[in-house]
Design a protein around this ligand. Structure first.
Ligand code: PEP
Ligand code: MG
Length: 326
């Protein structure tokens, strides 16, 4: 298979019936950036900025963050990089920030909740991103946003930093796109208001979204493996999300682990997703599956499954894919 995946690198992720899908990779370490060229990805759809923070004894300065983000952008060349602001807490611990043990860390003081409560940390990171992207495109997204007002507050921090940098005379990025992750179910029920905001894209964090939707710890196999993303509740939920975003003209993507599994990726595209961001090793298998599928044939089958009473429709989907040579 290795040689086949190498050959696929320079071919588009285009289905048999001509649906073009943007495939991006998830990254967080400098060495992950090598995967861009190695996989032929369209860019980095999720750059987990917390990873460099986790390896240090204290919070990195604005200067060292600027230099780090600048290196990431240089390695990406003209491909886009979506920087996600610090997403720590839950399973990703930073000893120098969190002092109180929590009964439910996944539901606790984590991610945007920390950076919105400690705005200096967020502002410093945004300042570093603006400086690093001076003169080129900058894409920023905020994690664990539960309400539209949290999105507004985070975006406002970026606007304040942009104004501050302009005053200092730093040339701004050539363009700025701001988005949010959708990984807390409350935001799903506030979508009509969210898409009215100044927002350039929404990216589904399926790892957290499913953990919260099924109330099942993503890291605990005893419960996590009970629930399948290829299940009617998830299909209905994602279908609704695509419909609202499409109607509002808001670009939508998905950057959780689901996108790295070929069958799951086919289902996402059948539901209407046109951008997926995945772990680099998934690129070859996912692109291969996409190039074999007729989405026009798969879509009605997927939509028909979304009303079944079953816990999982994976077997049915796998059988359909097999029977149709996908
Ligand atoms: C997610 O929650 O799906 C996601 C992409 O982010 P992380 O795995 O870093 O929480
Ligand atoms: Mg997440």
């Amino acid at each position: 298979r290795r040689a086949e995946y190498d050959r696929l690198r320079d071919l588009p992720a285009e289905t048999q019936d001509g649906v073009r899908v943007r495939l991006m990779i998830n990254a967080g370490l400098m060495m992950d950036m090598e995967n861009l060229g190695a996989t032929g990805a369209d860019g980095v759809g999720l750059y987990r900025t917390e990873i460099p923070f986790m390896a240090r004894p204290s919070l990195p300065s604005v200067e060292s963050q600027t230099s780090l983000y600048g290196k990431v952008l240089a390695l990406a060349g003209d491909r886009p990089v979506v920087f996600r602001t610090i997403d720590v807490g839950g399973d990703k611990l930073l000893p120098y920030w969190q002092s109180q043990p929590e009964d439910n860390p996944a539901l606790g003081w984590r991610s945007a909740r920390i950076t919105l409560d400690r705005p200096a940390i967020l502002r410093q990171q945004l300042r570093a991103l603006l400086r690093a992207a001076s003169g080129r495109a900058l894409d920023v997204m905020f994690p664990m946003i539960a309400t539209v007002s949290e999105y507004r507050t985070a975006r406002h921090a970026l606007e304040l930093e942009l104004a501050r940098e302009r005053e200092r005379g730093t040339p701004p990025p050539a363009s700025i796109r701001v988005g949010t992750m959708l990984e807390v179910p409350s935001l799903l029920w506030h979508l009509p208001a969210l898409v009215q905001e100044p927002i350039d894209f929404i990216s589904v964090g399926s790892n957290d979204l499913f953990q919260f939707t099924f109330a099942a710890d993503r890291g605990n196999p005893r419960v996590a493996s009970r629930y399948d993303p290829l299940s009617p509740p998830v299909l209905s939920m994602l279908r609704h999300l695509v419909e609202v975003c499409d109607a509002a003209g808001k670009p939508l993507s998905l950057c959780g682990e689901m996108a790295s599994r070929p069958l799951d990726a086919l289902v996402l595209v059948a539901l209407g997703f046109r951008t997926l961001s995945l772990a680099a090793p998934g690129m070859g298998p996912v692109k291969r599956a996409l190039r074999s599928v007729d989405i026009g044939r798969l879509r009605p089958f997927v939509l028909g499954l979304s009303t079944l009473p079953h816990a999982s429709v994976r077997d049915r989907l796998a059988a359909f894919a097999r029977d149709n040579g996908f």
